[in-house]
Design a protein around this ligand. Structure first.
Ligand code: MTE
Ligand code: MOS
Length: 708
């Protein structure tokens, strides 16, 4: 390991462990008004009228008519209203907010408001959805010829469900008018500048009139990438109207029902096989985007790019659509669309191998990409592809090859075993030309006269360790003790726009910019003086430019790689499954802190196992999310943590700090494929599973059907 990988005590350790961290809900209540929403009770309707009872003094009703600027929240597109305009598009859509000093009174007022709707027919079935928010298509080779010449053609459909981010701290934002006339907006969020940009449009104000701070944030996992812009605009509009601070912190029930989650997916795969090799794939990817576009463009982009997995497929056609339904908008969750398509392609390859009578790992190995090969979008894998070594590491940890063959033989008795393996990558950083054309990251180091150095960057700690790893990089380059490097929570009034805290980009992209800042500061260091250095993002020279319209080029500069194996034992009497072991080899380049990176790998892997095995969420026939508490949306608890073995395989990336690559999302992506493959093996040779999560109820159905 590199010296920088040695673990240190996290900078946020003491305040979080001792409970002194101030989250948005912890600020004093004096003079702060509480906001609660009037939400749509129907999935699709025109609002005919809203009747509001007379309000007691100090209470305010805030709706679309109070938005001083444009009644649209800027995310990627501008279709999400701050407050419903004339229609409502999903159950729970905010129509208005009531604010006031006493929350019980606020709720009483809300209960007395009458909304008259003219009901419209909602679209709830993804297969019947006809509004296409985003549509991407790409391919290469000669599909028709490949299918015409095939020995065999395989077709299958795979689906995945919702997954909620279930961060420990629910969504919460606060807006405070300041004496100088500015509006101060802060809360639990990932991207201060996203919120800042959205506020300028909704408030119709300039960049100086509003500033945004990230408070201590109890986890985001992608769920606080877009949503704080919406809630931020709502509390800001309310604070402007009331002329007082307004805060809104969600209950868990509200958070589970009405905030974005992972897109449910439906993927249809068709493959041509000739001489034992997959020569062509024709793939359709459908994502349920919900009622507004929010982040569906970027989620779908990643999903379609990953659709052919880690395999060399000569003739390829991928067509992806994000479709509108009258349900809560889907958003980002660790992995951004990749877990859905990696699940599908891994299951598909496994099934084809089985039908050909081959061991699926050996079949997958025959198709693996390697350094220098073309990516799905005709970019290039510029750096080594360490999958073969990582497969051997995982095999050594769990005796995969032997067990995989053994469990494939017919099994009898109450307990049946299975083992599955997934091979995958995570493209590091923003997709395509996003860094170069949209983000254009800038960051700074400020050296104070006392010799301390302050990091000025817009990225934030969300549990992934940035508050510690950024200073470690700067301290190392400057030869300073870690205490001398400060990294406060970002406030747009003080930090330049180094981009959002998403896509596992912060450490790799901004971390490297900070390292370069530190090199320059070291070279120009003058004792006792105040100094400032600044760095701007520059795309690495080797990149093949990516064009979104053609969907061609290097979608990512480099890739983090993963190999997961999961071994299960199914109790055919109860339908319950015990995970005997979950093994992962992860290549995220040089770890910037071994403890933090291992925490990321274990935590992410566990989230993936939850996604694969128990996290089941859906909406009812009216379009309302049914699972709005932790008693009916199950996520892994400490008791569900299996024997997790995580290993780091280091393939350094020259353009990342000391060889680091994007780390945060990778560990979630591969679990569903490995788990469901294992379940399928345990349930017997003729069973084919095509859905994640695969829950004990699903297991029971197979047991009953197969008479196990
Ligand atoms: N780890 C913790 N503990 N909490 C989080 O919210 N978010 C994940 C991942 N790891 C998250 C986390 C997601 S969705 C992303 S995109 C990356 O961290 C962000 O990593 P970065 O700071 O390198 O961009
Ligand atoms: Mo992560 S889904 O990019 O916040």
């Amino acid at each position: 390991m590199e010296p920088i990988s040695k673990s240190v005590v996290r900078k946020d350790h003491a305040p979080k462990i001792t409970g002194t961290s101030i989250y948005v809900d912890d600020y004093a209540n004096t003079g702060v008004l509480t906001g609660r929403f009037l939400r749509s009770k129907t999935a699709r309707a025109r609002i005919v009228s809203v009747t509001v009872p007379e309000l007691p003094p100090g209470y305010f009703y805030v709706d679309k008519d109070d938005v001083p600027g444009v009644n649209k929240v800027h995310i990627v597109m501008d279709d999400t209203p701050v407050f419903a305009q004339d229609t409502v598009e999903y159950i729970g859509e905010p129509i208005a907010m009531v604010v006031g000093p006493d929350v019980r009174q606020v709720e009483a007022i809300l209960a007395g408001i009458r909304v008259e709707y003219e009901e419209l027919e909602p679209v709830l079935d993804l297969r019947r959805a006809d509004t296409v928010f985003f549509d991407y298509e790409y391919g290469r080779g000669d599909l028709e010829k490949a299918f015409a010449e095939a020995d065999q053609v395989f077709t299958e459909e795979f689906s995945t469900g919702y997954q909620d981010q279930t961060y420990l701290e629910t969504q919460g934002m606060m807006a405070e008018p300041e004496p100088d006339g500015r509006l101060f907006v802060h809360g639990s969020l990932q991207c201060v500048y996203y919120v800042h940009t959205a506020l300028m449009q909704a408030l119709g104000c300039g960049p100086e009139d509003v500033h945004v701070l990230q408070d201590v944030t109890g986890g985001g996992f992608g769920g606080k990438e877009d949503f704080p812009s919406i809630l931020g605009c709502q509390v800001a509009v309310a604070a402007k109207k009331a002329g007082a601070p307004v805060r809104c912190v969600f209950s868990r029930r509200e958070d589970l029902e009405f905030t974005p989650k992972r897109h449910p997916s439906l993927c249809t795969y068709r493959a041509a096989v000739k001489d034992g090799r997959v020569t062509a794939m024709d793939i359709e990817v459908l994502f349920n985007a919900g009622a507004y576009t929010t982040l569906s463009a970027v989620v779908l982009q990643r999903g379609v790019i990953c659709a052919s997995g880690v395999y060399n497929i000569e003739h390829l056609h991928v067509h992806g659509k994000a479709l509108k339904t009258n349900t809560v908008p889907s958003g980002a969750y660790r992995g951004f669309g990749a877990p859905q398509t990696f699940f599908a392609v891994e299951m598909f390859m496994d099934h084809i191998a089985k039908d050909l009578g081959e061991d699926s790992l050996e079949f997958k190995e025959k198709h693996l990409v390697k350094q220098g090969d073309k990516t799905s979008t005709s970019g290039i894998y510029h750096f080594p592809v360490p999958l073969p070594d990582m497969i051997e590491e995982v095999n050594a940890a769990c005796d995969f090859r032997r067990k995989h063959k053994e469990y494939a033989l017919p099994q009898t008795g109450r307990f049946r075993r299975g083992i599955g393996m997934s091979l995958y990558f995570h493209g590091a950083g923003f997709t395509g030309s996003g860094e170069r054309d949209i983000i254009k990251a800038v960051c700074r180091l400020a050296k104070h006269a006392d010799g301390t150095v302050e990091i000025l960057a817009a990225n934030g700690e969300i549990g992934q360790g940035l508050r510690t790893t950024f200073p470690k990089i700067v301290a190392k380059e400057l030869g300073l003790p870690l205490e001398k490097v400060r990294f406060e929570h970002p406030d747009t009034a003080r930090v330049p726009d180094s981009g959002p805290t998403v896509a596992s980009r912060s450490l790799m992209i901004v971390g490297e910019l900070l390292r370069r800042c530190a090199v320059r500061l070291r070279e120009t260091w003058v004792d006792g003086e105040e100094q400032m250095v600044e760095e701007h993002f520059k795309e690495p020279d080797f990149m093949i430019p990516f064009y979104l319209d053609k969907f061609q080029g290097d979608a990512y500069p480099t890739y983090a790689w993963g190999v997961n194996a999961i071994e299960v034992e199914v109790d055919t009497y109860t339908g319950l499954t015990k995970i005997l072991g979950a093994y992962g080899s992860f290549d995220v380049g040089t770890p910037m802190d071994e403890g933090i990176v291992m925490g990321q790998m274990e935590g992410g892997f566990l989230q993936g196992i939850g996604y694969a095995s128990m996290e089941s969420m859906d909406y009812d026939s009216r379009g309302r999310i049914r699972n709005n508490s932790f008693s009916d949306y199950l996520i892994p608890t400490a008791a569900d943590v299996p024997n997790l073995t995580c290993m780091l395989h280091v393939e350094k990336y020259p353009d990342g700090p000391y060889g680091a690559k994007g780390a945060g999302e990778l560990p979630l992506v591969g679990a569903p494929g490995a788990y469901v493959e294992a379940m399928e093996q345990a349930l017997g040779g003729s069973v084919r599973l095509r859905h994640a999560p695969f829950t004990p109820e699903d297991t029971m159905k197979v047991i009953a059907k197969e008479g196990l």
